[in-house]
Design a protein around this ligand. Structure first.
Ligand code: WT7
Length: 664
């Protein structure tokens, strides 16, 4: 959290500015900077009044709220605390009897290319029926349900069905290991797990249910009474009598009507685990009212969503982006959206562009890492370049998850957006619930590589380590000075960690994002310079270095000590580098390669393949101070292949640097 040691580089000089196209701005929901400013002014003048207005306009309340923001016990803020609503009713029921009811809610494209469409009315029936199946298995308001599902309509149905009956869902990304699933089942206290027999990715049938079985077999999962299994493929999987039930059996005979359960605005809608700088992943707890409000409002503002749009957010429902911009936001806004099961490179790296053309996608939202890998693919194989497809349906592009480098931005703008589509570079986090700092496409002049300005009402600022404002042009710590409705409410079961992680005292009670940022001197635009804690961002996925270190040292027969740092990577943004001290002599050549692979596979088993270190270096020891503290900044330099220019005089064992810098 020290700005001085944060990876803030010199301020990037970026002179290109792209004002919103006039025809876009003319029709946009927020049109021109004056309108943006008017909203900011409204929030400034009457903060609670502003949010209350948005909450009334965007949310259907079964019991209207009379209180807006409750700050009586900071940082445990409450929003609309005496109001009641149901999130699923806000996504589905409210459209019934309107023209939206027969509109396509989801265009699902499977890994193999088969397409299924479902209307809002049909989706409501499916969600209701599934909710009844959950009730029949004893699930009640407040129970926690773990969802470990592929990207499918059924994944969205499972989430919405939980919301419908007031059960709190916790979705775990299908790429996480049995161990990670078990830890989450235990931490969240899940009584039900919803999964699929298999998932299809890149033409391969990958097990999911078997991983759930392994997770439960790891122990401490006695609370799990039911495992619901979606038969994604025809291949059989192991079913435990009395505990496991297929979707078809669970749904048989269930009514397609189920009254939504009204919950308090502060009722936990979901818990989503994310990595922190220390210890185990944190269960980020979100409330219902404020979250639904911001999910809908940001879909309408940032994506300028209209009735005729075909929206596509490529994120998996296992991440926050897939929660807010697949499972809730687009539905609350009555949009048609694409849900894609597969991967961008199967059957070839033209898959995204082919799908944009096929479905007439108008608003496309993806991660810089995907763009970079598709640039690389198009460079080496012209047949997958976006120019091979008709992308004229696109009118708006979005980016999320990590900083987008200006070169990737320019390529996206030119080759995907045909130089006519604005790009919204949306900065936000799992803890934020929805967009925080982002251009509004009909208002904000764009600067490649900058997420530009905070949304109206979001009090983002850059401060020093004591919480004092930094001047534009000077890098510092990104904070949010006021609570906002879709913010994290707690770390599930760990309020102390919640306070310590996000509201450190020295920052005057501001929300600490964990990123460094700098504002441009001319426009005051924000540019995110990367995490200032021990969190890495690998392909837009958040990984804690400590988590990977713990996984490595858990291999007790082999590993004595490990330190993990990140280094810049052209494709994945950051790459994971592990420095490992073995309980045997330092290996070289083939032996080193083989041991490195063994450790990679071990980490994949402990956490998931996304946590596999790219580089593994072995040494006799790690660079430590005389008091035994590992000097990570030196390891970062070695990982980058930089010459060590830092002061090494406090180092106990300077010779170790040379050893670690050599490849084994
Ligand atoms: C971290 C949050 C909710 C978005 C998906 C990732 C980085 C996210 C941007 C952006 C620069 C970004 C930050 C942040 N990040 N969006 N537009 N520009 N950095 O959510 O897993 O909670 O990760 O992703 O470092 O802290 P997450």
């Amino acid at each position: 959290m020290n700005a001085a040691t944060s990876p803030i580089e010199s301020v990037l000089v970026e002179n290109r500015v792209f004002p919103p196209p006039a025809d876009f701005a003319a029709k946009a929901r927020v049109s021109g900077m004056a309108q943006y400013q008017a909203l900011c002014d409204e929030a400034e003048r009457d903060y609670e009044g502003y949010w209350a207005r948005l909450a009334r306009e965007n949310v259907v309340w079964s019991k209207p709220f009379t209180q807006v923001l409750d700050q009586s016990n900071p940082p445990f803020f409450k929003w609309f605390a005496d109001g009641e609503l149901n999130a699923s009713a806000n996504c589905l029921d409210k459209h019934m009897g309107t023209p939206v009811e027969n509109k396509t809610a989801i265009i699902f494209e499977a890994d193999g290319g088969e397409v299924t469409k479902i209307s809002y009315k049909e989706l409501l029936a499916r969600v209701s029926q599934f909710a009844n199946a959950l009730k029949a298995r004893g699930v009640q308001k407040g129970d926690r349900v773990l969802i470990y599902m592929p990207m499918t309509i059924e994944g969205v149905v499972a989430m919405q069905a939980c919301a419908r009956i007031g059960a709190t869902h916790s979705v775990v990304f299908g790429g996480f290991s049995a161990k990670a699933v078990q830890e989450r089942i235990v931490d969240v206290g899940a009584s039900v797990v919803i999964t699929a027999n298999y998932q299809m990715r890149g033409g391969k049938e990958l097990p999911l249910k078997a991983i759930v079985d392994d997770a439960i077999a790891l122990g401490a999962c006695d609370a799990v009474k039911t495992v619901l299994v979606y038969e994604r493929t025809a291949t059989a999987c192991n079913m435990v009598a009395g505990r496991d039930i297929t979707f078809s059996d669970a749904l048989a005979g269930q009514s397609t009507e189920c009254a939504p359960v009204a919950v308090n605005a502060e009722h936990p809608l979901f818990i989503l685990y994310t990595s922190g700088s220390t210890g185990k992943p944190k269960g980020v707890q979100h409330a219902t009212g404020g979250y639904v409000l911001w999910a809908k409002q940001t879909v309408e503002w940032t994506f300028d969503m209209r009735d005729s749009d075909v929206f596509w957010c490529t994120a998996d429902i296992g991440w926050i982006t897939g929660h807010t911009y697949v499972a809730y936001g687009p539905l609350a806004a009555g949009a048609t959206q694409i849900v894609f099961e597969g991967v961008p490179t199967f059957p070839n790296a033209g898959r995204f562009w082919q799908m944009v053309e096929r479905h007439g996608c108008t608003v496309f939202y993806t991660a810089p890492t995907a763009i970079r890998s598709l640039i690389k693919a198009a460079d080496s194989d012209p047949s997958v370049h976006p120019k091979n497809w008709n992308l004229s349906s696109l009118r708006l592009l979005g980016s999320v998850g990590e900083p987008i480098n200006p070169e990737a931005w320019m390529w996206y703008h030119k080759h995907v957006g045909g130089e006519r589509c604005p790009i919204v570079d949306t900065f936000w986090q799992t803890e934020n619930g929805g967009h925080m700092i982002t251009p509004l496409p009909g208002a904000t002049p764009l600067v490649p590589g900058s997420c530009t300005l905070p949304l109206p009402g979001i009090a983002a600022a850059i401060v020093d380590e004591s919480g004092n404002d930094m001047a534009h042009g000077a890098g510092g710590i990104l904070v949010v000075k006021k609570p906002w409705p879709s913010m994290i409410r707690n770390i599930w079961g760990d309020p102390e960690r919640f306070k310590k992680s996000y509201f450190p005292e020295e920052l005057k009670g501001y929300y600490l994002a964990g990123d460094g940022a700098v504002r441009s001197e001319d426009r005051g635009y924000f540019r995110i310079t990367g995490r200032i804690d021990d969190v890495l961002n690998v392909s837009g996925h958040r990984m804690g270095t400590m988590e990977i270190e713990s996984a490595l040292v858990a291999k007790t027969d082999l590993v004595a000590e490990a330190a993990v740092v990140g280094r810049p990577d052209d494709l994945t943004g950051e790459a994971i580098c592990a420095f490992v001290v073995l309980k045997r002599p330092v290996p070289h050549g083939e032996e080193a390669k083989q041991l490195a692979n063994e450790l990679r596979n071990w980490v994949a088993k402990e956490i998931g393949p996304i946590a596999k270190p790219k580089d593994i270096r072995f040494g006799e020891n790690l660079p430590k101070t005389r008091s035994g503290k590992i000097m990570r900044r030196l390891l970062r330099s070695i990982a980058k292949g930089e010459a060590i220019t830092q002061d090494t005089s406090t180092l106990e064992n300077p010779a170790i640097l040379e050893q670690l810098a050599k490849t084994n």
